[in-house]
Design a protein around this ligand. Structure first.
Ligand SMILES: NC(=O)c1ccc[n+]([C@@H]2O[C@H](COP(=O)([O-])OP(=O)(O)OC[C@H]3O[C@@H](n4cnc5c(N)ncnc54)[C@H](OP(=O)(O)O)[C@@H]3O)[C@@H](O)[C@H]2O)c1
Length: 327
């Protein structure tokens, strides 16, 4: 019998899931002890199919990085997909994992679980203390339910069945495998595409909505993957010392934020765009600041490694190799 657990990475073709597979391999986990299925091969909203998969593969550990993910526009237009699919995927994977004897599972959420007006930086105990941002409320409710599913299995079956299901909540992520869709992408991939096209077309300036003063936090996706493996592998006694049964999730951030102006200037530098950056203060800015408090994770022995500029360089290489043609 192998000394290495058999690990199922759900969502292995996504940005985060693929980084988790890279991280496991880099840490020496054998490729034949990692199990994956594409969405086409296994629809995680289908309970019977998920059950058949677990019965056949019998994984020891699960990283749940599959999710219905999208920007403000998609969340606003398709709220049903964002709440229904995420609830179904989580419920199916978590419950089926339990029924097939999986003791270790890591659930991935997002910083949108915190109230719209949470004090900054946002600590784990801000959860459920206020109203959510309305644009992605259905998605956030599904993610909160995912945390509570994990906690409930731990509370009911931790002692009797050795169940140990943990949750991590990353800040904004970027890196290889990001979504560079021209209309439906997050700020970093959107700016990489725009500055790349402006450079190619010799455009004199790149317009950016707002004043450039809002502050945001960004984490390179391979750092997120390293944090995920770190949290999964912490001894239960250590994890329990730093969490509570009904407040168990762990923020994952780099610990500092930058202005959108600093971000835009850094991306322009990485890409080699030398024209103007034209902020349009007539357009809305959004929340002034969004920063995670990652004290809990830091106390558990993990710190982000990648600097922003180095991370952006790697993201731009990936864009040039794999995503330039994406529409
Ligand atoms: N990206 C970020 O900035 C960010 C920030 C914070 C948290 N997160 C969290 O990290 C997790 C992963 O995000 P990501 O950025 O890696 O997303 P992603 O790139 O869209 O990957 C999600 C993966 O899940 C798969 N999937 C979706 N629905 C499925 C279904 N019904 N059955 C099977 N597979 C399904 C997708 O496959 P298809 O594409 O084939 O559908 C895709 O491979 C999510 O929980 C998200 O909330 C991401």
């Amino acid at each position: 019998m192998s000394v290495h657990p058999k690990i199922y990475v759900a969502g292995h073709r996504g940005m985060v899931g693929s980084a988790i597979v890279r991280q496991l391999l880099a840490q020496g986990h054998p490729a034949d002890r990692i199990v994956t299925r594409t969405h086409a091969e296994l629809d995680l909203t289908n309970q019977a199919a998920v059950n058949a998969f677990f019965a056949a593969e019998k994984p020891d550990q699960v990283y749940l990085a599959a999710a219905k993910v999208g920007g403000i526009h998609a969340n606003h237009t398709y709220p049903v997909e964002f709440i229904y699919q995420n609830l179904m995927m989580q419920a199916n994977v978590i419950d089926t994992a339990f029924r097939h004897g999986v003791q270790k599972l890591l659930f991935l959420g997002s910083s949108c679980i915190y109230p719209k007006l949470a004090s900054q930086p946002m600590r784990e105990d801000a959860l459920l203390t206020g109203a959510l941002e309305s644009t992605n409320e259905p998605y956030a409710i599904a993610k909160i339910a995912g945390i509570k599913l994990c906690e409930s299995y731990n509370r009911q079956y931790g002692a009797s069945h050795g169940v140990d299901y943990r949750s991590v909540m990353p800040t904004n992520l970027y890196g290889p495998g990001d979504n560079y869709h021209p209309e439906n992408s997050h700020v970093i991939p959107a700016l990489i595409r725009r500055f790349h096209e402006a450079k190619a077309n010799h455009a004199p300036s790149v317009p950016i909505w707002g004043t450039g003063t809002p502050r945001r936090e960004f984490l390179y996706v391979d750092d997120m993957a390293a944090a995920s493996v770190h949290v999964m592998n912490l001894p239960l006694s250590t994890y329990s010392q730093h969490t509570q049964p009904m407040l168990s999730h762990i923020n994952v951030g780099c610990g500092h934020d930058i202005t959108i102006r600093e971000l835009a200037e850094t991306i322009a530098r990485v890409i080699g765009y030398t024209g103007d950056i034209a902020f349009d203060p007539a357009k809305p800015d959004g929340t002034p600041r969004k920063l995670m408090d990652s004290t809990r994770l830091n106390a558990l022995g993990w710190q982000a490694q990648a600097g922003l500029e180095a991370g952006l360089e790697r993201a731009y290489e990936d864009f040039l190799q794999n995503h330039k043609q994406q529409t």
